[in-house]
Design a protein around this ligand. Structure first.
Ligand SMILES: NC(=O)c1ccc[n+]([C@@H]2O[C@H](COP(=O)([O-])OP(=O)(O)OC[C@H]3O[C@@H](n4cnc5c(N)ncnc54)[C@H](O)[C@@H]3O)[C@@H](O)[C@H]2O)c1
Length: 342
């Protein structure tokens, strides 16, 4: 399989390297707005490179991977769908809700498979938590605690195009809460603060945020995110039920120290980045994408799945801005014209 990859920044260079190691992949060709960067990454990893995206898309690809800055996703996904190339697109699908809705409709009207990159769906811990909920072994689920705590902020230039902490970070929690519980979010109440670098505030963003979600069956979820978790990259989920509870990420890499005397757990070391934390999940995710691209399996994470997580993030931004609870029914999931005629 010959795979084209657009955008060789942090995650793009990493995905290119993962793809190269997969049995199903014969060739990886990379391109970037910064052509010199694409050439450098290609040289470092022994890949091919194309001078621009149009050349890349026209070079006889079996599959396409979008790992550019978020603001470029929508246009590239449209191009790939028009060219009929099965596509993996990093989250989020697009920078705005309107674009995400439009792409949901476009992809559902198309035969071309699209797989969105929510890698936690391929993490063994999150899968085990989902199985525990599904089997009923936890009894009635009452509460979840989800968190995405980055060890340190990304580079400053990333923040203005990231969409903000809810769309960029917590969106992973919003997706995995749906995946683990099988329920949709009904209402959110969210807030956020800045105590770190000035570039967050300058971009209208916050460096730390918290949201309370109420699911459609009355389950309560807290989701927190911060760009400043100096103890390590800390991504976890706790699911509390009437017959038991289960925790994802509770192993010796836990980025917490116990305050109790004599307790040596966790033995460490903590993860230092999302690449480390989700190494296995990213590999499983891209392996699954190869099956999707080859027509062997349907997309395990569709554009509509991504729309649902994005709508929750959108509701959290609205809640934070207006300091009030927001019902998900306030956040559109279809174009305005469809609503008006419905
Ligand atoms: N799933 C995950 O765990 C995860 C983790 C990190 C980032 N991401 C997502 O991946 C995307 C990239 O994030 P990153 O951290 O690698 O960002 P980055 O800023 O490090 O890299 C982005 C790259 O895209 C290139 N680019 C921008 N516009 C382009 C265009 N029109 N055509 C071609 N290349 C273009 C830039 O030159 C840069 O090299 C973001 O959408 C982000 O949300 C997902």
């Amino acid at each position: 399989m010959r795979i084209g990859l657009a955008g060789v920044g942090r995650i793009g260079a990493f995905h290119a390297s993962t793809l190269t190691g997969l049995d199903a992949v014969d060739e990886v060709v990379v391109a970037d707005l910064d052509a010199a960067l694409a050439e450098r990454v290609a040289t470092e990893q022994g890949l091919q490179h194309a001078p621009d995206i149009d050349t890349l898309l026209g070079s006889g690809l079996d599959a396409f991977v979008i790992t550019t800055a978020t603001t470029a996703h929508a246009a590239l996904l449209r191009q790939a769908l028009a060219a009929g190339i099965p596509t993996f697109c990093e989250k989020p699908v697009a920078a705005t809700l309107d674009e995400t809705i439009a792409l949901t409709e476009l992809s559902e009207a198309s035969e071309v498979p699209v797989h969105i990159g929510f890698q936690r769906r391929f993490d063994t811990g999150y899968r085990r938590a989902r199985a525990a909920v599904e089997s009923g072994e936890l009894g009635t689920i009452h509460a979840l605690r989800a968190l995405t705590h980055d060890q340190e902020p990304p580079h400053a230039a990333y923040i203005p195009t990231s969409g903000g902490i809810f769309r960029d970070c917590s969106v992973h929690d919003f997706d995995i809460v749906r995946y683990v519980t099988g329920h949709e979010v009904a209402t959110v109440y969210a807030t956020g603060e800045n105590k770190g670098a000035e570039f967050f505030g300058a971009a209208g963003d916050v460096d730390t945020a918290a949201a309370v979600l109420t699911l459609d069956d009355g389950t309560l979820v807290t989701a927190t995110a911060t760009r400043y978790s100096g103890g390590g990259h800390d991504v976890r989920l706790e699911v509390m039920g009437s017959d038991g509870s289960i925790a994802v990420g509770l192993d010796d890499s836990l980025a917490l120290r116990s305050a109790e005397e004599g307790v040596t757990f966790p033995a460490g070391p903590a993860h230092r980045s999302f690449m480390q934390r989700f190494l296995g999940a990213y590999r499983a995710e891209l392996t699954a994408f190869c099956d999707v691209a080859a027509g062997r399996t349907p997309s395990p994470c569709t554009v509509r799945d991504a729309l649902q997580a994005f709508r929750t993030a959108e509701a959290c931004e609205l809640s934070r801005a207006q300091r009030r609870p927001v019902a998900m029914s306030e956040i559109p999931d279809a174009p305005a014209r469809t609503k008006a005629t419905a």
